[in-house]
Ligand binder design. Structure first.
Ligand code: FES
Length: 119
């Protein structure tokens, strides 16, 4: 069992058991969270992890830059430790960027198509 703290909802705290993805565990407890596909593909449910660790191996929506900025796909992620998140659109400030002004570098592409930096 882990404790999830939601920093931008007055540090509200929820116990999660890890049997279901965080989106379901938190929604079951009344937390209002945005979502779409529920299989890790659309990015709607992204939240920013401020502290702690999650297992989100099943996600396919985030690129490495977004992962490095702390984004977590709640519909597939499970908590590995106690964790603190920012949720909802307020947490999406660094989720997107203008690809013409600021294009992705090769090492920031999706993990499955990225080439290791020193290849
Ligand atoms: S709801 Fe689509 S990625 Fe989570």
């Amino acid at each position: 069992m882990n404790i999830i703290t939601i920093a931008n909802r007055e540090n509200s705290k929820y116990e999660v058991k890890g049997r279901k993805p965080l989106l379901d565990e938190l929604r079951d407890q009344g937390v209002d969270l945005p979502y779409g596909c529920k299989y890790g593909g659309c990015i709607t449910c992204a939240a920013k992890l401020l502290e702690g660790e999650v297992d989100q191996r099943a996600q396919v929506a985030l690129n490495n830059r977004q992962i490095n900025d702390g984004y977590v796909i709640l519909c597939v992620a499970r908590a590995k430790t106690d964790a603190t998140f920012e949720i909802g659109v307020e947490s999406h400030d660094k989720l997107y960027r203008n690809p013409f002004k600021d294009p992705l570098q090769p090492h920031e592409l999706k993990a499955d198509i990225a080439v290791p930096k020193d290849y």
